[in-house]
Design a protein around this ligand. Structure first.
Ligand SMILES: [Ca+2]
Ligand SMILES: [Ca+2]
Ligand SMILES: [Ca+2]
Ligand SMILES: [Ca+2]
Length: 691
């Protein structure tokens, strides 16, 4: 048996290499000693006599037949262990026929259990296929897992048949983990929820795994269940276009707007979130030309350039075109232009799939997004925060007006059914705090005095903030058509009335307001949930900005931050709010000091008439700090700028002759210089200072 087990694993590895899409497959074709090969996992509890071979199969000759499990409690048949990588979404599929109750668990490293297919009563006369998406939320490099099939209530002599189990890699998520927060991002733009694309039929609160874990060291306590973009706008004929995701990935899909979006090539390139660190980039810049240096995969495959043949934008992910040839070639020194010490890049759009959640008409928008974080543990505000930046491009032919863009966030502060929500309009900050003194009970509840979590808009003053209920409430419940989503984006009730100040925000005899729950619960002043003594519960909120217009190819940028706070002196759930407000203010100051333009510094090279990079020479290089910029003849309106490798401008001087000496008072190291004529970059390259 031991020998067979080794052979089996080898065969699995072979499958894995032959098709990178399939992680695991079991067809119940090979049986030994009346047991299916590959099903001798430690978590097996079912009697051997119940496990039989059937020649009624959907694939091959045989299937698995479970019989004589009359009990209502589950007995399990577990697979031999195999390895699963983290950061990936998988599609689990199987075929079944017959009657019985069934579930699927996964055991990680023989201890942690995750129910990926909650109990279901089957009654299928014919072979029926079931599919479910799940995410490996393992945080090690890989984990040994066992699939465990659970059976109960199998009363019929025909038993319950199972065949052709397979696990396919569906998409890659990735996560920030450089500071106190572990936050997952999905290729289609869905934020934080590891099971965002779960079919609603199987959604199971206990087994879903939000991945906004903070403090990271807690390993499981999370403050946000999910976040997603909402956007609505009117076209020239006053028709509403709308894309808004809440929990299911039915509106946005990964990749840029493209006519090639159904090809394997597109899928392989874009079903991904690219993760790079400042340290990796620095190392790349210093070593790319050295033999033996291997370019990290995410730098190599950085989606810098789209395929214009398919209508994709030429520039997608920001990069430094160090050799000024107009395209991304990292083997020649180009590198991703990121913010922060660690960044995730993702690109998604609302064009490539129909909007199945809202039934809204498509807008044709492309979202180029970067989530990033700073390591610096000395700076408590940055250490307990992540940023997400969006560049939104109108790839349609429509000119949109009355456009609103919102960020939907379902805060679940530990246990998600006992929370409160609020808003600080001076900081553009929405926040969640616990509605009861203690959080939970729940496996990932916070112990002690619960912390607080914020979400803030950095780049604009938010126009509206609303909270709406997880219910069918006709005024403030979950929206069910494009107009209702658009009403929420405009800070109105589901029915289109203004939100009003006080009570639950809907009493039309009160004055209209832009921001719900804008008071100070920690002081007991203004409109807030503590003073109202609301019943704690599930809280979700939408910050929105608008109205604005968007012409074809126009872009607009939005930057968000997600500060977290737990004040060790706090004695109440709202007691950490002053610290959160303080951190939010510090983050806004930090952000403002970056002077971030919309998008990223576009370092593409533009020809200025006949002037191009060949007109200028810089030497010596490497230099001791003193160098000469020369040109054949003097070129007016030209200047030189020197940047750190991460894009901070360190030096700027006008070029006033055709051979001018400059002196840089900088430490030894590698820098980037740019020569600009009439504000356009005509040359960009490295300069090495060696003292
Ligand atoms: Ca079979
Ligand atoms: Ca290049
Ligand atoms: Ca809670
Ligand atoms: Ca919630």
């Amino acid at each position: 048996m031991k020998k067979n087990f080794v052979l089996y694993l080898f065969a699995m590895l072979f499958v894995n290499f032959a098709s990178s899409q399939i992680l695991y497959q079991s067809d119940f074709e090979v049986w030994q000693n009346n047991s299916p090969l590959g099903w001798d996992g430690l978590n097996t509890s079912i009697e051997q006599s119940s496990v039989t071979q059937s020649s009624d199969a959907i694939s091959g000759t045989y299937s698995l037949k479970i019989q004589d499990q009359f009990s209502t409690s589950f007995k399990y048949l577990s697979s031999s262990p195999f390895y699963m990588m983290p950061d990936k979404t998988y599609e689990f599929s199987f075929w079944t026929k017959g009657k019985g109750t069934f579930l699927i668990n996964i055991y990680f490293n023989q201890s942690a259990t995750m129910t990926i297919f909650p109990r279901e009563v089957f009654d299928n006369n014919d072979w029926t296929e079931y599919k479910i998406d799940f995410t490996s939320f393992i945080l090690e490099d890989s984990a040994s897992i066992e699939i465990s099939l659970g059976f109960s209530n199998i009363l019929s002599a025909n038993g319950l048949l199972i065949d052709n189990i397979s696990i396919k890699e569906k998409g890659n998520f990735n996560y920030l983990d450089i500071n106190n927060i572990l936050a997952a991002i999905f290729p289609s733009g869905s934020l934080f929820n590891s099971k965002a694309n779960l079919n609603s039929v199987y959604s199971d609160f206990e087994s879903s795994a939000p991945l906004f874990i903070v403090p990271k060291s807690s390993g499981q306590a999370s403050t946000i269940f999910q976040g997603n973009i909402w956007v609505g706008a009117k076209d020239g004929n006053d028709n509403l276009h709308l894309a808004a995701e809440t929990f299911y990935e039915n509106e946005f899909s990964f990749g840029p707007v493209s006519t090639n979006c159904n090809s394997t090539e597109y899928l392989e390139k874009y079903n991904k979130v690219w993760k790079v660190s400042k340290a990796e980039i620095q190392n790349h810049i210093e070593n790319y030309y050295i033999g033996g240096y291997v370019i990290p995969q995410n730098i190599l495959e950085w989606p810098a350039n789209g395929d214009t043949l398919y209508g994709e934008s030429q520039r997608i992910a920001p990069y430094c075109d160090v050799n000024s040839n107009g395209y991304y070639d990292p083997q020649n020194g180009d590198y991703p232009a990121i913010r922060g010490d660690q960044a995730l890049f993702f690109v998604f759009n609302d064009q490539n799939q129909d909007h199945l959640s809202t039934n809204g008409e498509k807008l044709g928008l492309e979202f180029r997004a970067m989530a990033y974080a700073y390591e610096n543990p000395q700076d408590e505000a940055l250490y307990n925060n992540i940023f997400i930046s969006y560049e939104v491009v109108n790839k349609s032919q429509n000119t949109y007006t009355d456009t609103y863009l919102g960020m939907f966030t379902d805060f679940d502060l530990g246990y998600g059914q006992d929370d409160y929500i609020g808003y600080d309009s001076t900081l553009n900050l929405a926040y969640a705090y616990n509605g009861r003194d203690l959080d939970g009970p729940y496996f990932s509840a916070y112990s002690g005095v619960p912390p607080v979590q914020g979400k803030m808009l950095l780049s604009q003053n938010a126009s509206k903030f609303i909270y709406f209920k997880n219910s069918s409430d006709p005024v403030l419940g979950h929206p069910s058509n494009p107009n209702e989503f658009y009403n929420y984006l405009q800070g109105k009730t589901r029915t289109g009335n203004p939100i009003t100040y006080g009570e639950n925000g809907t009493n039309q005899s009160n004055p209209p307001t832009n921001y719900m729950y804008s008071g100070f619960p920690e002081l007991g002043t203004g409109w807030n949930e503590v003073t109202l003594d609301n019943e704690p519960g599930d809280r979700r909120g939408l910050i929105s900005y608008g109205p604005f217009s968007l012409t074809p190819n126009e872009k607009i940028c939005f930057d968000f931050a997600y500060p977290f706070a737990k004040d060790s002196n706090a004695t109440t759930p709202e007691g950490s709010l002053p610290l959160l407000r303080q951190r939010a203010a510090a983050i806004q100051t930090f952000y403002n000091a970056q002077n971030i333009d919309c998008g990223y510094n576009d370092v593409s090279i533009k020809d200025i008439g006949s002037i191009n990079q060949n007109n200028f020479m810089l030497y010596p290089n490497p230099s001791n700090g003193k160098f000469i910029v020369s040109s054949f003849e003097f070129i007016p309106n030209s200047k030189i700028e020197v940047y750190s490798i991460l894009g901070a401008k360190l030096f700027e001087k006008e070029i006033k002759s055709n051979s001018q000496t400059f002196e840089l008072n900088l430490n030894s190291g590698l820098y980037i210089y740019r020569i600009k004529v009439n504000k356009s970059v005509v040359k960009q390259d490295k300069i090495i200072i060696y003292k």
